[in-house]
Design a protein around this ligand. Structure first.
Ligand code: SF4
Length: 351
């Protein structure tokens, strides 16, 4: 016989749950709409997905990643089996989650360069990629507890969330897990000031942590030095989308690894924050100008072309503002002990 003991924690009222479900449904419908556009009206779908939604994401991760964790349409889909009582609710071991995190990090570094040669200009390919991810996530949702297997495991976006979301504005309510089953330790959603090396029980956790902290800034820098519309005609054109991002990744990963070795324990978190700042600042350094028509490669990443009406000094001005903001937010601000979301009450099963 089993009983459930509830310890103290933040439980949402019925009214709050209803409101969150409505918001989740609304965002899910927006996501489904973008997916439909990708498949049927690719020009519009590509604009909405790659040039509107994705560029906002890093900023949201830095400031309030908990909002995204609550409403991500993929998460809403993947957690359906759990909400409907159809999940086997298995627990992953620390080693399995570590392996998932390594796969997620490698998947990120493999998929993102393919934007240049495939996804940025092909709505069908982008749509299929999203459908494959949703299929993997839902399948995992039938077997594993809450967010452990996808949202905190295999999702290729998750390593970036953990790197950027180290000092969020405030903790949001947890709009998904009704009770905490301790399915991920440490839970990235519920651990204050989480970082990619907060989980360090296995060598897999450490490997994925070092790869994303050290590798991401150089990877982003390299990614912005490759133009879109590289047709994959042979092995050279295929490798050409990877070459500069991977060189950048290797350089900053080696730099991080060596600085980390001589950094005192009490300063390691600051070092992680510095690399997070480098990554997200580098992203907007290139991304914002490209958004409004000042990009390095013609229409790559263009949302609205304002280059004829805005002065050229707007580009360095934007770069100063964004880099200063992220440096202040991630490095200068004291860790505020906020988690992405508030952990719900523990549900402890007693045999
Ligand atoms: S809050 Fe608890 S149940 Fe939800 S993902 Fe985190 S550890 Fe798992």
């Amino acid at each position: 016989m089993s009983s459930i003991i509830f310890k103290s924690g933040a439980q949402l009222s019925k009214k709050s749950i209803t409101i969150w479900r409505i918001v989740q449904l609304a965002v899910w419908l927006v996501g489904a709409g973008i997916l439909t556009c990708l498949l049927l009206f690719p020009h519009l779908g590509l604009l909405l997905f790659w040039n509107l939604l994705i560029p906002i994401a890093p900023f949201l991760f830095v400031v309030a990643v908990g909002i995204w964790r609550n409403v991500c349409p993929l998460a809403t889909t993947n957690l359906l089996p759990r909400h409907l009582g159809l999940s086997k609710r298995k627990k992953l071991t620390a080693k399995q989650i570590g392996i998932f995190n390594v796969i997620a990090t490698f998947a990120l570094f493999i998929i993102v360069p393919l934007r240049h040669s495939l996804f940025n200009n092909n709505g069908l390919a982008t749509g299929i990629m999203i459908i494959i991810m949703a299929t993997i996530g839902v399948t995992l949702g039938f077997f594993y507890e809450w967010k452990s297997a996808w949202c905190s495991g295999l999702c290729p976006v998750h390593p970036v969330e953990k790197l950027y979301g180290g000092n969020v504005f405030m903790s949001m309510p947890n709009a998904n897990c009704d009770n905490c089953m301790n399915c991920v330790i440490p839970c990235p959603d519920s651990t204050p000031n989480i970082n990619p090396l907060s989980a360090h029980k296995t060598e897999y956790n450490v490997l994925s942590g070092i790869m994303i902290i050290g590798g991401l800034p150089g990877f982003i820098w390299g990614w912005f030095h490759v133009p879109d519309a590289i047709a994959i005609e042979n092995i050279e054109s295929f490798l050409s989308v990877y070459y500069i991002p991977m060189v950048g990744l290797a350089i900053t990963a080696i730099v991080y690894f060596n600085i980390d070795r001589v950094t005192k324990v009490e300063n390691k978190r600051k070092l992680i924050s510095l690399f997070a700042t480098a990554g997200v600042s580098c992203y907007y350094w290139y991304r914002l100008p490209a958004w409004i028509g000042f990009g390095s490669f013609q229409d790559d990443g263009l949302l609205i072309d304002l280059s004829a009406s805005l002065p050229i000094w707007i580009v360095p001005a934007m770069r100063v503002v964004t880099t200063s903001f992220f440096f202040y937010w991630l490095v200068l601000r004291k860790p505020n002990k906020q988690s992405w979301v508030i952990r719900p009450a523990f549900a402890k099963k007693l045999a």
